[in-house]
Design a protein around this ligand. Structure first.
Ligand code: ADP
Ligand code: MG
Length: 261
């Protein structure tokens, strides 16, 4: 199982939308996916229609050792896509975990064992901060995928994120790679969007995926129906873009995970 943290400490850049729809597109291509909702806002859980009753065991219980991975996993409406949901309890974890032994490695430890044979890819939807939750995700992960909103300040804050990745590589997880940067909310009617996309490519080079996710209202409507945009309207431009992004991502996966697709 390859573990990919979907991370960017900025809020509203498309992390959750990317996590949900990429997970769905990867599952549709035959991969078995585990999505971990690591944001106390629980948007990935809501977007996949996970009810509050189904969240009695969540990523909070998993990190604090009150639940096993198996017990916290819930099946999503998408075949081959399972999720560990989140609740607001998780907002306390940043503080509570400070008292815990191995506080930075809680998620990594929780994923040891049978997860490796049950799923091919694990996507971790990170909260909008570089706090202990995101650190847990980056230590548990093999790779990070960075959604970057195609707007004027796109690159602002990126150096901070990359520094965090460097620090985690140096101290805990030397194999942590950047599997790609995904440009999101691209508005083709807006010259600024194209210019920002060009600048980002000039700055970051080939780690930026060729696929660009357009601004598309279907992507923002789908969560209120509790289903991924890919199921809500699989032919809308947003869904098509996430299918293309999944294809590109599969091309970048280690051979072992790719073979399952
Ligand atoms: P994050 O998880 O980084 O905070 P979200 O994925 O929740 O970001 O996106 C923030 C908001 O923007 C949400 O309301 C979401 O529905 C909307 N959104 C995300 N991507 C797109 C897109 N490509 N087109 C239109 N709306 C989008
Ligand atoms: Mg989010």
């Amino acid at each position: 199982m390859i573990r990919i943290a979907v991370a960017n400490q900025k809020g509203g850049v498309g992390k959750t939308t990317t996590a949900i729809n990429l997970a769905t597109a990867l599952a549709a291509s035959g991969l078995r996916i585990l999505l971990i909702d690591l944001d106390p806002q629980g948007n990935a859980s809501t977007g996949l229609g996970i009810t509050h009753a189904q969240r009695s065991l969540s990523s909070y219980e998993l990190l604090t050792g009150q639940s096993t991975l198996e017990d916290a996993v819930v099946a999503s409406p998408v075949p081959r896509l399972d999720i560990i949901p989140a609740t607001v309890d998780l907002s306390g974890a940043e503080i509570e975990l400070i008292e815990f032994e191995g506080r930075t490695h809680r998620l990594d430890k929780a994923l040891e064992g049978t997860a490796d044979v049950k799923w091919d890819v694990c996507l971790i939807d990170c909260p909008p901060s570089l706090g202990l939750l995101t650190v847990n995700a980056l230590i548990a992960a093999n790779a990070i995928l960075v959604p970057l909103q195609t707007e004027f300040f796109a690159l602002e804050g990126l150096s901070q994120l990359l520094q965090t990745v460097e620090r985690i590589r140096a101290r805990f997880n030397p194999e942590l790679s950047i599997i790609g940067v995904a440009l999101t909310m691209f508005d083709r009617r807006n010259n600024l969007s194209s210019q920002v996309a060009d600048d980002v490519r000039a700055c970051l080079g080939k780690i930026v995926f060729d696929t660009v996710i357009p601004r598309n209202v279907r992507l923002s409507e789908a969560p209120s129906h509790g289903i991924p945009a890919l199921i809500y309207d699989h032919r809308c431009p947003g869904s098509e873009a996430y299918i293309a992004l999944a294809r590109e991502l599969i091309g970048r996966l280690p051979r072992q995970a790719k073979a399952a697709a």
